[in-house]
Design a protein around this ligand. Structure first.
Ligand code: SAM
Length: 280
C-alpha cells in the first residue's frame, strides 16, 4: 500500500534499492512515517524555511519534512546507493528537494540554501558531535541557521542539556547553552530504528540565541572550560593553573571560590571567569 505522499512504504524502498544498512556509515533507519513527521514538527514552522538535512538515507525523515510543509529541503547523503530512492521523493515534490551526494564534513551546504534555515537530521552517530560543535562555533555569530533539531544517542543528548552538578555537565553543555536554548523534545527506544542500535536515542532542539547568554570572548571561554574539565576532579585553582599566573585572583574577581570543581560552575560563572582572564 502506498503511503500518504503516494510513495511506496520505506520497507519497499529499501528492498527495491538494495539499501542494506551499513554500520560504517552509522545507518539506523527510521521507517515509520508518522514518527518522522513528528520529528519534523519538533523543528517548528518549516513553511517559510529551507531545511538542511544531513544523512537522509532512504528518505524517511526527508518525507516527514516535506509532508510537514518545508519550503525546500537540501539533503546531503554520503551513500551513493541512496540516490535513486531520493530522486523518487524529489519527483513527488517538484522543486522542493535537492539531494547532494557528498560528505557533510567537507561540503559547504550554505551555498545551496536561502535563509531562514533550519537544520533537521537523524545524524550518523559517528559524526554527530563533531557536526554539532562546528555548528555552534562558526567564524561569526549569529550562525547560518535558526535552529538545530537533531537525533543523538540519549547519553550525548543528556550532555547537551545538562545542568551543573552532575557527571553529564561539561564542555558540550556550556558551549550549547551559551549559544542556544537546548531541550530534549523526544526520546526513542532502539526498536524505533532498523536495524535497532544498542542504545536509546533522543531528539534535541537547539534554538539559537541572537547574542550569547553572557558576554565572553569565545576563544578565552573555550580555553578556560577545556582546562577546567580536562581535570574535572581537581579544584579550579589547580586545574586552571596554566590559564593565568594569578588564577586565584581571577577566580575571586569572577565570584568563584578557588576550591570549586568544574562541574559546580554555571555557564554564567565560566563567562565571568573568561572575562576576568581576558582583562589580564
Ligand atoms: N535520515 C535517515 C533516517 O532517519 O532513516 C537515515 C539516518 S542514519 C542514522 C544516518 C545517515 O547518514 C545514513 O544514511 C548515512 O549513510 C549518512 N551519512 C553517514 N556519514 C555521512 C556523512 N559524512 N555525510 C553525509 N551523510 C552521511
Amino acid at each position: 500500500m502506498a503511503a500518504i505522499d503516494g510513495l511506496p512504504p520505506l520497507r519497499a524502498v529499501i528492498a527495491t534499492h538494495g539499501l542494506s544498512a551499513k554500520k560504517s556509515l552509522g545507518q539506523n533507519f527510521l521507517l515509520d512515517l508518522n514518527l518522522t513527521a513528528k520529528i519534523a514538527r519538533q523543528a517548528g514552522d518549516l513553511s517559510q524555511c529551507d531545511v538542511l538535512e544531513i544523512g537522509p538515507g532512504p528518505g524517511g525523515l526527508t518525507r516527514g519534512l516535506l509532508a510537514e510543509g518545508a519550503r525546500r529541503v537540501l539533503a546531503v547523503e554520503k551513500d551513493a546507493r541512496c540516490m535513486a530512492a531520493l530522486a523518487e521523493i524529489a519527483a513527488a515534490y517538484p522543486g522542493r528537494l535537492e539531494v547532494v551526494n557528498a560528505d557533510a564534513l567537507t561540503l559547504d551546504a550554505t551555498a545551496h540554501l536561502t535563509p531562514p534555515i533550519r537544520v533537521v537530521a537523524n545524524l550518523p552517530y559517528n559524526i554527530g558531535t563533531e557536526l554539532l560543535v562546528r555548528w555552534l562555533t562558526p567564524p561569526a555569530w549569529p550562525p547560518f541557521w535558526e535552529s538545530l533539531t537533531l537525533m543523538f544517542q540519549k547519553e550525548v543528548a543528556e550532555r547537551i542539556v545538562a545542568q551543573p552538578g552532575g557527571k553529564a555537565y561539561g564542555r558540550l553543555a556550556i558551549l550549547a547553552q551559551w549559544r542556544t536554548e537546548a531541550k530534549i523534545v523526544m526520546t526513542l527506544p532502539p526498536e524505533a530504528f532498523t536495524p535497532p542500535p544498542k542504545i536509546h536515542s533522543a531528539v534535541v532542539h537547539l534554538a539559537r540565541r541572537d547574542a550569547p547568554l553572557y558576554p565572553a570572548d569565545p576563544a578565552v571561554l573555550s580555553r578556560v572550560v577545556a582546562a577546567a574539565f580536562n581535570q574535572r576532579r581537581k579544584m579550579l585553582r589547580a586545574s586552571l593553573k596554566g590559564v593565568a599566573p594569578d588564577i586565584e585572583a581571577k577566580l575571586h574577581a569572577a565570584g568563584l571560590a578557588p576550591t570549586m570543581r568544574a562541574e559546580e560552575v554555571s555557564v554564567e560563572g565560566f563567562c565571568a571567569l573568561a572575562r576576568a582572564v581576558a582583562a589580564g
